[in-house]
Design a protein around this ligand. Structure first.
Ligand code: SF4
Length: 296
């Protein structure tokens, strides 16, 4: 299979079998993102997927027997219709017969395009742990980021996932609201997360990469970025307000300046202490998050 673009996957899926399903992103317009800038969206055909699985099985038969978790590659492979996803899942089960969980990134609008029966059928086929780019709980901020959906829509669609029994892992970003609004954002994001009850929360810190609209907006003064101290205060307030004892909190992204992780019920205080120490010691201009080279 010839795959166009870079393969991104959540860091917590580092040891999961990766199966390319789509290239690019159906939206490709978030102001902070350049991951798929020059990669048009493409659904990889069923025959290409089968060829890839067949080859993998021929070359690594014993390894294939052990695979229980498969990660579908692409910015939002959940954009595919339930029928197309189920066709690909049938192939996975044919070549990787011990697969129990099929996970992938999903945008809120990908969920909206599916009926409740579609979601139920996908759950029964093994779809679980969808990674959702929630980013933050404030509608106007999501609008400014050109996310393409609101926090209200995320609430609605994640509650539908919960009803179907599909767990979700939510990705949130510090600093999205800009200077002076971090605490407001933290409270709105925590209220949203407490309601939609993710299985995991993954944090990263917004940074402006060269060539993105965000970088341009910062340079022209349209967007005033938060300082590193504000970002950490936002994270601390978010953590304080989260009431999800079973949820795993992960903030080990290379863009996160304070690396913390743990189950909220047992390790929240430890994580708060690490954040408080850093807030007390960090200098306002400690980290320059603008005009970075690279990707998210
Ligand atoms: S952040 Fe996600 S949804 Fe937005 S453009 Fe990038 S890949 Fe697409």
């Amino acid at each position: 299979m010839k795959y166009n673009g870079t393969i991104y996957r959540p860091p917590v899926e580092a040891s999961t079998f990766l199966l390319p399903i789509t290239e690019g992103c159906t939206h490709n317009s978030c102001t902070f993102c350049n991951m798929y800038k020059d990669v048009p969206f493409r659904m990889i055909s069923l025959s290409e997927v089968e060829e890839y699985l067949k080859e993998t099985k021929q070359n690594y038969e014993r390894y294939c027997e052990k695979i229980q978790r498969v990660y579908l590659v692409g910015a939002d492979p959940f954009a595919l219709s339930a029928i197309r996803l189920l066709e690909r899942i049938d192939l996975i089960k044919k070549y990787l017969p011990n697969t129990k969980v099929i996970t992938m990134y999903a945008r809120t609008d990908n969920i909206a395009s599916k009926s409740d029966d579609d979601l139920k059928a996908l759950k029964e086929a093994g779809v679980d742990d969808l990674y959702i780019g929630v980013e933050c709980g404030l509608n106007d901020v999501l609008d400014n980021l050109n996310k393409g959906y609101s926090a209200n829509e995320t609430r609605k669609q994640c509650l539908r996932l919960n009803t179907a029994g599909i767990q979700h892992c939510d990705l949130l970003m510090l600093g999205t609201a800009g200077k002076g609004r971090g605490l407001e954002c933290a409270r709105a994001s925590a209220a949203l997360e407490n309601e939609i009850k993710p299985h995991k929360i993954l944090i990263n810190t917004m940074s402006a990469f060269v060539g993105t609209q965000l970088d341009e907006d910062i340079r022209t003064g349209k967007f005033l970025p938060a300082s590193e101290k504000e970002n950490l205060e936002e994270e601390r307030e978010f953590l304080i307000k989260l009431d999800l004892p079973e949820c795993y909190f992960w903030a080990l992204h290379p863009l996160d300046s304070v690396k913390i992780e743990g189950v909220l019920g047992d390790e929240k205080q430890q994580m708060l202490d690490a954040l408080t120490w850093s807030i007390d010691h960090v200098k306002e201009d400690a980290i320059n998050r603008t005009s970075r080279v690279g990707t998210l």
